[in-house]
Design a protein around this ligand. Structure first.
Ligand code: DGL
Length: 275
């Protein structure tokens, strides 16, 4: 098969739940003609509180499921799975390219605030691995990084409670825990793909002087770059298709996912799969 024979194949994207749709949305905007298959492993969400061994197993199984759809590229739209298992997933998928979200997120933050004080909001597992500290320090030795686990924000995003008093006070509580006189952030990194759903609450809490960064846009740019250099960009003028898979809770997934994508989705639009 030559490179360009792969062009019509879909791109696979997965996360533990609806969070990765923030990445899917950016990929769809950057590459509107690509067919996309999204898998939310909702039966086992959250990933962020699980052990690295469990997270790696879940990520491997999600990847194997998407491989069944003959994808030309995999986007691991989950910081937790990227932090724990990216190298293993790249080996599992080879020669199909696999893109994670931690490196693009770090790239976006360093670009936005060189020598900055970055506060990373992420899951417990991502923080435990220091994934963003490592990725940022490798790019910017002058940067300071603090990482704050914010597991409840995943639940808020999945519930669709992304603004209002409850979201505001939970966000405030995490920020108070993270900052002190020795560390005032000038950049907030949304180091979990669920957190852009709470961007408004987070931006309001930190104020205009603080840059709020996520990995969606830079990840989409990396996807475009790889497909383009492999000669695998989809051709044609038709909008690409979107197939949604979940491992449980099709109705909830459709409700929250539809709200976020700005489309009316019903449970029938979400296909339940077993990993
Ligand atoms: N959205 C995921 C991330 O980017 C994980 C959320 C979770 O399942 O804990 O880390």
């Amino acid at each position: 098969m030559t490179d360009s024979d792969n062009a019509p194949l879909p791109i696979g994207i997965f996360d533990s739940g609806v969070g990765g749709l923030t990445v899917l949305k950016a990929v769809r905007e950057a590459l509107p003609h690509e067919d996309l298959i999204y898998l939310g492993d909702t039966a086992r969400l959250p990933y962020g509180t699980k052990s690295p061994a469990s997270i790696a197993r879940y990520a491997t199984q999600a990847t194997a499921k998407l491989l069944e759809y003959n994808i030309k590229m995999l986007v691991v739209a989950c910081n937790t799975a990227s932090a724990v298992a990216l190298t293993a997933l790249q080996q599992q998928m080879a020669p199909v390219p696999v893109v994670g979200v931690v490196e693009p997120g770090a790239m976006a933050a360093v670009r936005a605030r060189p020598a900055g004080a970055h506060l990373v909001l992420a899951t417990e597992a991502t923080v435990r691995l220091g994934a963003y500290s490592k990725a940022i320090s490798a790019r910017d030795a002058a940067a300071r990084v603090r990482e704050q686990p914010c597991e409840l924000l995943v639940a808020l995003a999945e519930e669709g409670w992304t603004n209002g008093d409850i979201a505001d006070s939970i966000v405030r509580r995490y920020l108070d825990e993270a900052e002190d006189d020795a560390f005032k952030a000038d950049s907030i990194i949304l180091g979990c793909t669920h957190f852009p759903l709470l961007r408004e609450a987070i931006s309001t809490a930190v104020g205009d002087a603080v840059e709020v960064v996520d990995s969606a846009g830079t990840t989409a740019a990396v996807v475009r770059e790889i497909l383009s250099s492999n000669g695998e960009l989809a051709e044609g003028h038709e909008p690409g298709s979107l197939r949604l898979l979940a491992t449980d809770g099709a109705t909830r997934f459709a409700r929250v996912g539809g709200q976020f994508l700005g489309e009316t989705l019903t449970a029938e639009d979400v296909h339940l799969v077993d990993l």
